[in-house]
Structure formats: structure tokens, C-alpha cells
Design a protein around this ligand. Sequence first.
Ligand code: NAP
Length: 304
Amino acid sequence: MSPASTNATTTSDHESATLLDGKGLAGQIEIALRTRVDAIKAKSGRIPILATILVGDDPASATYVRMKSNACKRVGMDSIKVEMPSVTTTEQLIAKITELNNNQDVHGILLQHPVPNHVDERACFEKIALRKDVDGVTCLGFGRMSMQESAFGSCTPQGIMHLLRHHNIELAGKEAVVVGRSAILGKPMAMMLLNSNCTVTICHSKTQDLAAHVKRADIIVGAVGVPELIKAEWIKEGAVVIDAGFHPTENGGVGDIEMRGVKNIASAYTPVPGGVGPMTINTLIRQTVTAAEKSAGLDVSMIS
Ligand code: NAP
């Protein structure tokens, strides 16, 4: 991709690569969400409610759930926090999900990943009713999203797509390389880019010569969970660089992509932190508002 072929910014040496500021965009979207929440209240007398389920006592998961509840509050929504002990069985978790599916006050259900090893996480995800699957974790939701039918997309890739669209980044015909193939991130990301007419390569731990694939990428997504695995020297001039990873360090943190110097090579890039993370939470909240709009009989599309 030549620098001029994306609508992202650019100078000839990309000194002013576009910062894909997820934090800023999420803040803007929250303002619009408050208005949508008010409209739901006016129409139905109810406010959107997200139920979060946390199993066990993993501190990082507890922090993520707290951040999601706080985001609900900021837009005038409510959240129900369900906390279950680490000894919870698959059957007990499914019973709780079924109860929340049947609770008319609940519009969206988030089961915080990961659950303890003895729990069949996939079986539990699959029990979430499609209309409440605002985190986009069910096979049915994934299949429908892939076929471009009405469904909520997995939040991290959906948030990345929103960020790309907001910055008018041209996708059709571009070579996209997604490093990682997890059910919540890599696979749906690849499918969303494919649906936006990219030519998509998915890399994983068995990929031979990762560098060669990354070097071809007009759009590179790091979704791998290994600090700075993807090297700055592999990034093609003018590429759009999306880093979903975050690994705390003494100096703040790094992502899955080595960012040193990337600003001078890329045409656009996500900061770490402040790029993909805020868009993930924002997408969860936005999709819950959409679920509540549908439940209130407001005319909306689930693909938001
Ligand atoms: P995951 O389930 O652990 O999947 C990691 C993927 O990376 C797997 O597909 C794995 O391949 C692949 N991989 C591992 N080592 C590799 C290597 N050396 N070369 C190429 N591929 C390799 O992780 P995830 O849940 O998708 O998360 C990925 C990253 O995104 C993490 O940094 C995570 O923290 C971040 N994340 C961020 C958000 C957010 O809101 N910002 C949300 C979710 C995740 P195999 O399939 O072959 O094992």
C-alpha cells in the first residue's frame, strides 16, 4: 500500500503517522451513548443492564469487570455483578447463565474470560442467548457475523473495526495480516477484515517465517499475547499497525508489536495503552445499549 492509498495521514516519511486514539474515540462515543440510554428510558421506562459474571478470584479479571461496570455508570446504564467462587462447576455456571437469559431486566451478559480450568468455558459461552451475547462469544454469533447477518461481534475486533472506520482507513483490496487465531480475537478479526474486502492472512504459533508474512502487510494486527513478538523492522512503509496486546513493564507497558520507530514507518498506529483496550470496553457497552434498544422496540441494527 502506498502511503497515499490510505486516508490516514501522511507525510512522505510518515513522521506524522495518524494516532488511532481509542481512548479519545471511546470518550466521544460515550457522549452519544448517554443520549441513546435516555431515549430507551423515555420509551420503556427501563435502563439498559449488563450482567457480568466473574468466576474465581483472578485480580486482573476482577479489574476488567470493574472497568466494564464503571463504563456502564458513565453512560447512565446499570450493571449486575455476579461473583462465583473458583470451585463453581460448569453446571452451576450454566444455571446462572440460564437465569440471566430469563431475567427480562438484563439486556447483555458478559462471562469474564478465563474461567477456572475445570469449567467448560465453551459450553458456558454457548448457553448465552444470542440476543444477550453482547460480548460476541457464541458460535452462533460468530457464524452470523461471518455471514454478515445480524449479530454482535466479538468486542475487541469490533472495536478495532470501529477505530479503522472512524479514521477512514481504506480496507478494500489491502493485505491484512492477523497474528493470533483465538476465538475472541484473531479469528473474528480476520473474518471482519475479510468482510471488509481485505485479503487476509492469519498467522499462529505454527506459522513458518512470521517475518515474511508481516513484511507484506498493509494492515497488521498483533493479537498474540507475547511482548513485542512482532518486530518494528518487519513493518512495511505506510502500514496500518494495530496492537491489541498490553504487557505492563517498569516504563508503563508494551504491546505485542515492538513500537520503537514505528511512528516513522507506519501511516497509522494504535498507542499502547490507550488504543485497542478502551475500544473493547466501549464496544461492549455500545452493544448492550443496542440490545436494550431492540428489547424496547426501537428500530436498530445489531451490527453496530
Ligand atoms: P490467546 O488466546 O493466548 O491466543 C494467542 C494467539 O497467538 C494464538 O492463536 C497463538 O497461536 C498465537 N501465538 C502465540 N505465540 C505465537 C508465536 N510465537 N507466533 C505466532 N503466533 C503465536 O490470546 P488472545 O486472548 O487472543 O489475546 C491476544 C492478545 O490480545 C494478548 O496480548 C491479550 O492481552 C490481548 N487482548 C487484548 C484485549 C483488549 O481489550 N485490549 C482483549 C483481548 C485480548 P496458536 O493458536 O497456534 O496457539
